[in-house]
Design a protein around this ligand. Structure first.
Ligand code: AMP
Length: 290
């Protein structure tokens, strides 16, 4: 695996792959890699060559009072894990490479960026869309791999790709969870043992909602109050929001219809966690994927 630190060298590698008509796959990450990230890398390896993984803790997607400075960084261990999976290039630029002095441009995907996570984290998705567009311009991937764990992020990136004719296929992969249901996240490392135990309530709430849906409950209000009651049983967990939204518009729905997300965000101590379930209509039945 080759370690790439500069934009100019990464552009040359990406450009060459494009000219040779190779299917370059990009997995953008902020590092501190876990099985969720590695599941994306394995899928990229299965269908792309070469595979590029980027590790960049993007300062523009963190608010002023958020955890940018303490966000876990583990380049040494990440490098070993990626090498073992046969990744071809690890792109790990310093911040000045991505945002040189005088950088001014940003990307804002209207209508999808100020709701849900965007309401709680103003500016977050402007930072995400900006860095993803930069990465796409630099690496020039045919396919890019993202986790459904960040469902709103995926929706915004797909919109950006369509609106700007970027031509990159966006591949979305399932949420990888711990055996007790907690969605893997680099931020789980912040949790103290009691918080770690309490955090499983997010998954328990989604599983309870899934059972209600299986028994025919379609009203969003009913499902959400059950989720709120479940989460309230854990005093260490403070719900930020629970919403059931249309997968395309991200607008709240009154009752389940075709495809929806049940989206949760909560604080456990100082740690913000998100999770979700995908609800898909198949005939008269609704299938829930957690
Ligand atoms: P991050 O490093 O948090 O920016 O995440 C990089 C990519 O990994 C994003 O596309 C995430 O959605 C994805 N990801 C993070 N956690 C998980 C998980 N538990 N399962 C699947 N994908 C994940």
């Amino acid at each position: 695996m080759e370690l790439v630190h500069t934009v100019s060298w990464m552009k040359q590698i990406g450009g060459k792959a494009l000219r040779e008509d190779r299917v370059l796959g990009l997995v953008p990450t902020m590092g501190a890699l876990h099985e969720g990230h590695l599941s994306l890398v394995r899928e990229a390896k299965r269908c792309c060559s070469p595979v590029v993984v980027s590790i960049f803790v993007n300062p523009k997607q963190f608010g002023p009072s958020e955890d940018f400075s303490k966000y876990p960084r583990a380049l040494g261990a990440d490098r070993v894990a990626l090498e073992q999976l046969g990744v071809d290039y690890l792109f790990a630029p310093p911040a000045e490479e991505i945002y040189p002095q005088g950088f001014r441009t940003s990307v804002f995907v209207d209508g999808l960026s100020d709701v849900l996570e965007g309401r709680s984290r103003p500016g977050h998705f402007r930072g995400v869309a900006t860095v993803v567009l930069k990465l796409f311009e630099i690496v020039q991937p045919r396919r890019a791999f993202f986790g459904r764990k960040d469902a709103q992020q995926v929706r915004i990136i797909k919109q950006m790709v369509a609106d700007l004719d970027l031509g990159t296929d966006i591949v979305v992969r399932p949420i990888v969870r711990e055996p007790d249901g907690l969605a893997l996240s680099s931020r789980n490392a912040y949790l103290k043992p009691e918080g770690r135990r309490a955090a499983t309530v997010l998954h328990r709430a989604l599983a309870a909602a899934s059972r209600e849906i299986a028994s025919g409950e379609l009203k969003a209000g009913h499902l959400l109050s059950m989720i709120q009651r479940t989460i309230a049983t854990e005093p260490l967990v403070a719900l930020d929001y629970a919403e059931i939204v249309d997968v395309d518009t991200l607008e709240p729905v009154m009752a389940l219809r075709k495809n929806c997300y049940v989206l949760l965000a909560a604080r456990v101590g100082g740690t913000r966690l998100i999770d979700n379930a995908l609800v898909e209509q198949t005939g008269d039945a609704f299938r829930v994927t957690i």
